[in-house]
Design a protein around this ligand. Structure first.
Ligand SMILES: Cc1cc2nc3c(=O)[nH]c(=O)nc-3n(C[C@H](O)[C@H](O)[C@H](O)COP(=O)(O)OP(=O)(O)OC[C@H]3O[C@@H](n4cnc5c(N)ncnc54)[C@H](O)[C@@H]3O)c2cc1C
Length: 446
């Protein structure tokens, strides 16, 4: 036993770190979980809560034939703990799993407390001294402190990479004009869970003009080329073409206005953010406009004239490692096999992807401690293709983070015609492959 008294120190009680700690305990290993907040915080976190969700409260679709739905199904098969908490903290969101962020953190904290093998301590980690019979699992996320980023650069011998990601604003429900907004979920999926602001062509054109002429906040080191594709600020989408928003986050398909019976030119959806239904987030409206400009521009949207902003959009610089060239396939550092990495810092992007990464790395680490080697997860599964194959693909010289998506999965043999049928068939194949993989790797629990 080393001086910490635990087999593993997990650094960072975020999404990946909490899942990893719970999984390591499930595998029978004692864990010291270290989190720097609330004493030291990041540019995006607002509390000292464990597993704090920093932006949108959506963990995306639950439909099996979507990439995120399939990833959730695979995680369920593997016994993911944070998804269980997410379901218990769910708020209405149509076919998506959206959570009350505070309740979600409370449930994760409770799970950690109920686990005798886990101790949670609040401390900022900036060094990783080698200890006998001890491993680290780093899950400090995209906003890892600079001291630790520098230490990792030293250990890998490679400079850290980064990209920029933005947050969408949140408004109070009581400040919305519900005579103008209408309740509906796209294509009627779910129970009309969203508020929707309908815009006609003229109102849309005004919003477009306002967005492209509004003043943006200065962001240190910002380069447009470093924006993450899946999370472009709304003003950047607008700048790419007058109708880009109407074909992107403001697409009106499946959202007919019940008062006119017609499809509006464009729609802004607002998704419930807490259990009480008092807070709503503007879906797809992540932005780096100056706060005053956000208030001015977004209050010109019909139905949001009196919107009360409890949080404005912001942009942040996200750190990640050049995983294909820095990590071994078990997510440990070649130069320090006692250090494993998980979460967004390994080049996955998204809440559920970060949770999946926490689970995957903890199983690899847990297996190593038991001197057992897990089989590689099949590339036909979403986890195998993203965390096993994509993260270690050296084809591109400039490695960039990735969400779960069907493009990662190998083609079906024989081919299936039709996009929907193809996705369903790939999802079915993935579930079968994951069940089989699990059957052959249960020794990790012995
Ligand atoms: C601004 C922003 C907006 C985002 N919006 C979305 C979104 O809408 N949807 C989505 O799916 N994904 C989003 N992401 C991406 C990603 O899914 C989240 O960042 C996710 O929380 C990553 O999980 P993680 O466990 O890797 O990191 P985190 O959840 O950030 O956890 C890392 C933890 O480590 C702690 N920590 C950091 N450094 C240290 C240190 N040196 N010592 C001790 N503790 C430390 C932090 O305080 C934190 O608690 C966003 C990211 C950012 C930065």
């Amino acid at each position: 036993m080393n001086s910490t008294g635990a087999a593993v120190t997990v650094v960072g009680a975020g999404l990946a770190g909490c899942e990893a700690a719970l999984q390591l305990a499930r595998l029978g290993h004692s864990v010291r979980l270290l989190e720097m907040r609330p004493d030291q915080t990041t540019a995006a976190h607002e509390s000292g809560d464990v597993a704090e969700i920093v932006c949108s409260n959506s963990l995306k679709s639950t439909v099996l034939s979507t990439a995120s739905g399939l990833l959730k199904k695979e995680l369920d098969l593997l016994g993911c703990r944070l998804l269980e908490c997410a379901r218990s903290a769910a708020v209405p969101a149509g076919a998506a799993l959206a959570v009350d962020k505070k309740e979600f953190s409370r449930l994760v904290q409770l799970r950690l407390q109920q686990e005798p093998l886990i101790s949670l301590e609040r401390t900022h980690v900036h060094d990783l001294p080698f200890l006998e019979n001890h491993c680290y699992l780093l899950a400090t996320g995209p906003l890892t402190t600079q001291a630790l980023v520098d230490r990792l650069a030293e250990l890998t011998g490679k400079p850290a990479l980064h990209f920029f990601d933005a947050i969408a604003p949140t408004v109070t429900a009581e400040s919305l004009d519900t005579d103008i907004l209408f309740r509906a979920a796209r294509y009627g999926k779910g129970d009309s869970d969203y508020w929707n602001a309908p815009l006609n062509a003229e109102q849309y054109a005004t919003l477009y003009e306002n967005l492209i002429s509004a003043e943006k906040a200065e962001v240190h080191d910002f380069d447009r080329a470093d924006l993450f594709d899946g999370c472009q600020p709304i003003e950047e989408i607008a700048a790419s073409g007058p109708q880009s928003m109407a074909f992107g986050p403001m697409r009106p398909v499946g959202l007919d206005d019940p008062r006119t019976g017609r499809r509006p030119h464009a729609v802004i959806q607002l998704r419930q953010e807490n259990m009480e239904g008092t807070l709503f987030g503007l879906v797809g409206f992540q932005t780096r406009l100056k706060f005053g400009e956000q208030k001015k521009v977004f209050r010109q949207i019909p139905g949001l004239e009196k919107a009360e902003f409890v949080r404005y959009g912001q942009m942040h610089r996200n750190f990640y490692l050049d995983t294909p060239r820095c990590l071994k396939r078990d997510f440990s550092l070649p130069e320090r096999p006692d250090i494993f990495l998980a979460g967004q810092m390994t080049g996955v992007e998204g809440y559920v992807e970060s949770i999946a990464s926490g689970l995957m790395t903890s199983w690899k680490l847990g297996a190593r401690l038991k001197e057992f080697t897990l089989d590689p997860m099949p590339a036909t599964t979403m986890m195998g293709s993203l965390l096993g194959r994509f993260l270690f693909d050296t084809t591109s010289q400039r490695f960039s983070p990735m969400n779960a998506n069907f493009g990662l999965l190998p083609d079906l043999v024989p081919q299936v015609r039709g996009k929907k049928l193809r996705k369903e068939a790939k999802a079915e194949r993935a579930v079968g492959a994951m069940e089989k993989w699990l059957d052959s790797n249960t020794a990790v629990f012995d």
